[in-house]
Design a protein around this ligand. Sequence first.
Ligand SMILES: Cc1cc2nc3c(=O)[nH]c(=O)nc-3n(C[C@H](O)[C@H](O)[C@H](O)COP(=O)(O)O)c2cc1C
Length: 367
Amino acid sequence: MKPDISTLFQQASIDDLHLPNRLAVAPMTRVTATSAGVPTEKMARYYSRFARGGFGLVITEGTFIDEAWSQTYACQPGLANSGQAEGWKQVVDAVHSAGAKVIAQIQHAGALSQGNAYRNGTIAPSAVRPKGEQMKFYRGEGPYALPRAMTDEEIADIIESFGSAASRAVNNAGFDGVEIHGANGYLLDQFITDYTNLRTDRWGGDIAARMGVVVDVAKRVRATLGNGVPVGMRISQGKVNDFFHKWPEREQAAEVIFGNLVDAGVGYIHVTEYEAWKPAFGGIGMSLAALARKHAPGVTVIANGSLHDTVQALDLASTDADVIALGRGALSNPDWPQKLCGNQAMEPFEPEMLTPLADLKQHEFAA
Ligand SMILES: Cc1cc2nc3c(=O)[nH]c(=O)nc-3n(C[C@H](O)[C@H](O)[C@H](O)COP(=O)(O)O)c2cc1C
């Protein structure tokens, strides 16, 4: 029997923003801004293809927030100054003209910075060298630098910088909202993670203390943008440099993380796992999306992770997720929603698309 896809095409909302359907493009770094972090016309064309292809929401790639240590990759776009915000306008306008909403993902690299035009070296909660190696397809090579532990003043500055970048996103560039990158091993996730946050001050300790900076960032962004404007937080267990990490506190961590985000005023939580429907801690049990639903009642849940599998996407959309976000599925099928409606075959994702660099290829912006 053909599954009933109509559920994915119902309207959804985040805070006061109405979405035309429940399909979103997941954030994907494509290192195609200028070396000064200014978004380009190619990016406007690339992002608007997803809107033309039927996605109701586009979440941008991670965008750095300040002219200090936040930049992660060379040619990553920023929202650290007015020139970068100005450059985003063409992207926002192109996506809006094609009928979708667009949210900026704001990011601080912390210890995972591997290409920063503003500073040498890296900073992090604690001086712990990241696992793994820098990513070649983002122009990195070899081990990550050993970061310097952040001072209290730097933590306060970064909380402010998230607020300023959010303001540039919404008030200058015209984005519909922002997503704070609290996932995948970058700075905020370094605070959450037990083995990268060894601090003995108020920002370290149990899971509630390790969430402190994340909560303060969410509160700062909410206070800056006011109620009604979408403010989201992306949360994961796995990291780009530690794929299989699980929270040692298991469901207690989920309760604290998601519960504290509700108190901080986020409008949505974007959970990402390799396969979004699988039990969050292995074996049997709830998925991360189900845990977000349980511990963050009333907050919109966006689920991501291999949901180009339509059966699983429909199942999650009927239970624990309000919005389904696609990464690789959207890259190989920027018109995935339209193809689904038309019962057309989907193109498989080819990792070669992202080699030798993960930058935009001609066919992704020419069409
Ligand atoms: C090329 C590429 C770049 C990515 N960049 C980001 C990013 O900037 N921010 C982020 O939160 N996730 C990033 N991700 C992760 C995706 O948002 C998504 O979580 C991942 O692709 C899994 O979803 P999928 O199974 O639908 O592909 C990236 C993924 C890919 C493939």
